[in-house]
Design a protein around this ligand. Structure first.
Ligand code: SF4
Length: 468
């Protein structure tokens, strides 16, 4: 069983990060099938329906709605290359010189055959891409997303779009995480390029940038644990640990999880998010979008009320500058808490984060109408914080601490080589200090007794021996 296995949902959707498919497999749990037979009863279905209609209107009126509907996440290939945040050749750069071959418009014009939407969603972000003929002919499943367009594109220096569509579907069929598969291939290729490993080590395989045939071959070898694939199925971090020495410098993981398709040097809040995310390097545990796509004025105003209580001033204009580390810890905390709410409600990151059309007041009203229990903005904020801190406590109990809230050396010491962020590194220590202060953590990354008490989490305090 590959450690980088996903839990597959409806054939083409993957719960991918952190090897959860492997956890299921290790427990000999093959599948979970769910079938509902009773209606969903809402406390006030008329008010709830009115709110849903208003939410749809808000979502559709956001200035980024058109792009989401037209391209889904594939639009990010173009946008992220412009700001050099698109990881290229194992994060050596954030700019891929051949990105236009993988662009949203190419996919839309040549390969898009339809769309797939979750129930009731007006964004229908999933675009089906098919390769009609040639050696990579395939129906493409639910199609490509931005993450895979980087993992199998820029991150391994590959500009063959048909190979990416094919490899994406193959990886889904074999039940693995494309971010981790692309990550480990990119890592091996850099080691090969730098002469740290050779063909003797890889069993005769030459790892080269931009080799689509190698990509497809390695996916199969990893899934079936053939040859060098057996080692790579352990994931980048374990491979790096096994090789040791110079290889450790190029291990682009956090808490053992491959960093996804964002170069934190081009967006400082993303660098911090990757370092502190509870499930390892992640772009969805905190999706700080003020400095990525901007927030509507109404949300900035609400958030600023909170910021003013802490700093006595507005977070603007620095908050919206993705290269300025100022205020990013506060925005990451805000985003982590809100994402925890969205995740536990099973609400999509589209609409709550990208674009940020819905915010705490909308969620509080929805919960009230659905359950009949009165919620306000503060209640929901507290729930988000409580979830996030409880997850942190779980990690601490399992042995994680501040020493794991780190980034690879490359992001801290190697200045970004291209684009508007040229010359930048991630100012992690500076942001981390402020992040810990805002979270109520001590220098070891443990939440204080007072913080846990305020969130009604004294049981966790007891388990972690955190006292007054
Ligand atoms: S709910 Fe989210 S993932 Fe599903 S179609 Fe809508 S935008 Fe896409």
């Amino acid at each position: 069983m590959a450690r980088i296995a996903s839990i597959m949902v409806d054939r083409d959707n993957a719960v991918s990060r952190s090897g959860l498919g492997c956890v299921m497999g290790s427990k000999k749990l093959k599948a979970v099938a769910v079938h509902g037979s009773k209606p969903i009863r809402l406390h006030n279905k008329y008010k709830f329906y009115e709110l849903a209609v208003a939410a749809h209107k808000k979502m559709l009126s956001h200035r980024f709605a058109g792009d989401v509907i037209r391209y889904g996440t594939t639009i990010l290939v173009d946008l992220m290359n412009k700001i050099a945040r698109y990881p290229t050749r194992n994060f050596q750069s954030g700019y891929f010189e051949k990105y236009e071959k993988l662009s949203a418009e190419v996919l839309r014009e040549r390969y898009r055959v339809g769309e797939v939407a979750c129930f009731g969603c007006p964004y229908h972000c999933k675009k089906r891409h098919m390769v009609r003929s040639g050696k990579y002919a395939c129906d493409g499943g639910h199609g490509l997303e931005y993450e895979t367009l980087d993992a199998y594109g820029g991150r391994i220096g590959n500009d063959d779009i048909e190979a990416i569509i094919y490899a994406n579907q193959l990886t889904n069929r074999l039940g693995m995480d494309t971010d981790n598969v692309g990550g480990v291939i990119g890592f091996m290729t850099e080691l090969f390029e730098k002469g740290i490993i050779d063909e003797k080590f890889t069993g005769g395989i030459k790892f080269r940038w931009g080799d689509p045939e190698l990509l497809v071959k390695m996916i199969r070898m990893i899934a079936y644990k053939e040859g060098i694939g057996k080692l790579l199925a352990e994931g980048t971090h374990r491979v790096a640990q096994k090789i040791g020495g110079e290889a450790l410098k190029y291990d682009m993981t956090v808490k053992g999880v491959d960093i996804p398709a964002q170069d934190g040097r081009a967006q400082k809040s993303m660098g911090l998010s990757h370092a502190v995310a509870n499930r390892g390097a992640d772009h969805l545990t905190s999706a700080e979008f003020l400095s990525e796509v901007g927030w509507p004025d109404a949300i900035i105003e609400r958030f600023d009320n909170l910021a003013k209580k802490i700093y006595g001033r507005s977070i603007m204009p620095e908050g919206a500058d993705r290269l300025d580390p100022k205020f990013k810890p506060l925005m990451v905390v805000e985003s982590e808490n809100f994402a925890a709410v969205a995740d536990s409600l099973v609400v999509c990151k589209f609409s709550t984060h990208w674009p940020p059309a819905l915010y705490y007041p909308d969620i509080a009203k929805a919960l009230t109408y659905a359950t009949g229990i009165s919620f306000n903005e503060e209640d929901v904020r507290r729930i988000g914080e409580r979830i996030y801190i409880l997850e942190r406590c779980y990690n601490l109990r399992e042995g994680y601490s501040s020493r794991d809230d780190r980034l690879p050396e490359r992001f801290l010491k190697e200045p970004a080589p291209a684009g508007p962020c040229k010359g930048h590194v991630v100012e992690l220590d500076e942001m981390l200090r402020e992040y810990y202060r805002l979270r109520g953590y001590d220098e070891n990354g443990y939440p204080s007794y007072e913080k846990l008490k305020s969130l009604d989490l004294l049981e966790a305090a007891k388990e972690l021996n955190i006292t007054q």
